[in-house]
Design a protein around this ligand. Structure first.
Ligand code: ADP
Ligand code: MG
Length: 396
């Protein structure tokens, strides 16, 4: 739940989506699904370097409700309050000769992208409503939860082969081609395959995932949304990605996953100092992520927390994707007893921090952060939740 007392339960979101459906289209929605946002505990900017990541699926979700309709024209409406474009979009099902392309409103590109990349055919036309408890643009991956919700919805209308990895990859493709964001696979992967009570150690090269139990009741995972987002986010993300590809090429590797610190130190003269720092972050962050997963399995929370702080410092100093607001949130959290670790999470330049702490330290930590942070933070006390799923429409 959100620390301000708002219960973000899926049932309430589902009811809101169903009511909106009835208002907009008349009749009852026949299908309902949801897909979660995520928080990454450690392993930042490593997924597109074929590295390791350790995210967990959140109780915050995107819900999609709808029904099959006749003809070729689809309608989708979002009830997300923060969308400041038209909230309804109509488009025709794609054909070989006229695929769905990017356009306005921007939010609909995520939907159209998934329809275009969907792996089951022939798709019927549909009308649907979207509702979300994942903050949009807050670094908790509302975009992947939207894509995976749309894909899961389409699976109910016209099943594909059920391959979950291929589903995550199709959603990632949608974000690349239709939203224009060259993201890695982490967000879509954990939104599809997240497991209740577990973080997922994902190897983004082999696409294998190991669930790591995370249910200790004496432990809390606190997310703090800075509620700032600097406009650099998009361009800086692509430039980091290019710098990493460049570094790997100079080191003669297909990705930085295959590089060691020895390789990097040995090639120091061939790399400019910025590229060197980017590669150093990635190589060490992959190692930290492996160590953190081991620490978590042993219940060694102090060790895990120390790795989180090292990750944050590296993102701030070597990868240069933090910002003063995120730095203050991390510093404030680390000033208190009972806090194991804290770091920025997600792409950076705003968004959220994630903090691992003793449950009995939660109240005072929130209070202290509120005192120290000049902005208006939002807090979420979260537990690792299930990946995308179908929701029942009976008994409500
Ligand atoms: P994040 O994934 O961290 O939340 P992004 O910038 O990647 O941030 O994605 C946010 C965008 O995704 C929004 O600006 C909007 O276009 C789209 N989006 C996400 N959820 C919804 C929703 N429920 N309704 C409409 N658009 C959404
Ligand atoms: Mg996103």
């Amino acid at each position: 739940m959100a620390a301000d007392g708002n219960v973000l339960d899926v049932a309430a979101l589902l009811s809101a989506a169903r009511r909106a459906y009835e208002r907009s289209y008349g009749g009852e929605a026949q299908v309902a699904v949801c897909a979660p946002g995520r928080v990454n505990l450690i392993g930042e900017h490593t997924d597109y370097n074929q590295g390791l990541v350790l995210p967990m699926a959140l109780p915050l979700v995107t819900v999609m409700v709808g029904s099959i309709t006749s003809g070729q024209s689809c309608s989708v409406e979002t009830i997300a309050e923060s969308v400041d474009e038209p909230k309804r979009v109509d488009f025709d099902l794609p054909t070989e000769s006229s695929p769905l392309t990017r356009g306005k409103p921007a939010w609909a590109n995520y939907v159209k992208g998934v329809v275009q990349h969907y792996r089951g055919r022939p798709l019927p036309a549909f009308k649907a409503v979207l509702a979300s408890s994942v903050p949009l643009g807050g670094g908790l991956s509302s975009s992947a939860s939207l894509e995976v919700a749309v894909y899961t919805f389409l699976q109910q209308l016209c099943p594909d082969d059920g391959d979950e990895i291929a589903k995550a990859v199709a959603c990632q493709q949608a974000e690349h081609t239709h939203a224009g964001v060259p993201c890695g696979i982490m967000d879509q992967f954990v939104s599809v395959l997240g497991k209740q009570g577990h973080a997922l150690l994902i190897d983004c090269r082999s696409l294998e995932a190991v669930p790591v139990p995370l249910t200790d009741p004496s432990l809390v995972i606190l997310i703090t949304n800075s509620n700032v987002r600097h406009s650099l986010t998009g361009s800086e993300y692509s430039s980091r990605r290019k710098q990493c590809e460049n570094a790997a090429a100079i080191l003669g590797k297909s990705s930085l996953r295959d590089a060691t610190m020895q390789d990097l130190e040995g090639s120091q003269e061939s790399l400019d100092s910025v590229t060197y720092r980017r590669a150093e972050h990635v190589i060490k962050e992959i190692e930290r992520t492996a160590q953190a997963a081991e620490a978590l399995k042993r219940g060694a929370y102090k060790e895990f927390g120390k790795l989180m702080v090292e990750s944050h410092n590296s993102l701030r100093d070597l990868y240069e994707v933090s910002c003063p607001e995120l730095d203050v949130l991390v510093t404030a959290a680390m000033e208190l007893d009972g806090v194991f670790g804290s770091r920025m999470t997600g792409g950076g330049f705003g968004g959220c921090t994630v903090t691992l702490l003793q449950a009995d330290a939660t109240e005072r930590t929130i209070k202290h952060i509120q005192e120290r942070y000049k902005g208006h933070p939002t807090f979420y006390i979260t537990t690792p939740s299930e990946g995308a799923r179908v929701l029942s429409l009976t008994g409500n």
